[in-house]
Design a protein around this ligand. Sequence first.
Ligand SMILES: Cc1ncc(COP(=O)(O)O)c(C=O)c1O
Length: 432
Amino acid sequence: MFATDSGRRARSRISTKSAAKSAPASKPASGKAASRRKPRLRLVPKAAELPLERGGLPPKIARFLATAEIPSPCLVVDVDIVAHNFEELARSLPAARIFYAVKANPADEIVSRLAGLGSAFDTASMGEIDLCLSHGVSPDRLSFGNTIKKERDIAEAYAKGVRMYAFDSAAELDKIARSAPGSKVYCRVLMECEGAEWPLSRKFGCEPDMAADLLVRAKELGLDAYGVSFHVGSQQTDLTQYDKALALSLSLFRTLEARGVNLRMVNMGGGFPSRYRTDVPSIAAYGAAIREALQRHFGDNQPDVIVEPGRGVVGDAGVIQAEVVLVSEKGGDDARRWVYLDAGKFHGLAETMDEAIKYRLLTSKDGGDTSPVVLAGPTCDSADILYEKTDYRLPSSLEAGDKVWILATGAYTTTYSAVAFNGFPPLASVCI
Ligand SMILES: Cc1ncc(COP(=O)(O)O)c(C=O)c1O
């Protein structure tokens, strides 16, 4: 159930108090002492259990937190929401094959639930490939989507039956040709990633002209030049970016056709959002925009379509329960309080780098006056500041020991957590 060693150790500390014995999560505790004993949990309305509404804790997570004792900090993931998000995306893009991006959250319960729903998996390493295989996923449902792979890992993946590989360079293509002969390959193309809150540009992909040359070479090397891939950037809320990328994909299909290579697949990566502080389009809106763009550009000759969602499937399904360690002031002109949590940049909140991802926060003191804060983690590294420039306000009465819930943290948190920086254990995680 717990995803880290410390979490596994802590598992024995989960209380089995019956729900009947404990106060309902939605019933506010009275008085300061009571609110310390049992933090108040703000719930979304029952009717909105699925899909998740903004503004509150997912009800199943709230019910769990009201009765279970867990280490702090700890990520709690509602796997039903993961399944719901997957199914909504599948309904919105019925012609696409969904390869869940394992890197977003590789918890066993998530991989196993998605495998049962028919998902395929985008993997970045042998670790992720072995994880999926251990859940009974057949290798024809795996792609080795990292463009930077050791040749011995390519050989091992091939030996285990994986037959689809990404590349964006001549040297990587040569490795695949040598160690995974005859496999399907697709070339990742550089994207600007404009509008994305977590851009994935520059490091991945090559210029379209180079992609065309490499795909011709792939065929010469005896590989199956299957198609092209792009990623419009993670947390991409500008839906026109998919249209741009599909226009580019079509032009590559045409160029390659003229050079004797028939591409058949477009891999659109991820970009599907979680709900952080600003509103985002619905998954249905993404589906409609992508379907229209595919129709506009490819008409009756639709390619095989792959999407690789990570954040959009697991992000909203998770909440980190953290605790205030210290509230202090610095003196001088800046009157803001510094609120130090037991979860920081090194406990899974790495995407607060440059304050890129702006999480929604709830606290056990919500409801009264608020004032501006600088929010930081507990470690001895001055980079461990979550938000200093972004306007965050927290209850003026907040003090050490109070609970803070960091919403929509199901994606890119456990895997980004340091293993022991400053002797703190990695972020614990539990799937419910
Ligand atoms: C190749 C690839 N596919 C898919 C994803 C998932 O992207 P997202 O979380 O935006 O859905 C990533 C994210 O890093 C990626 O690198």
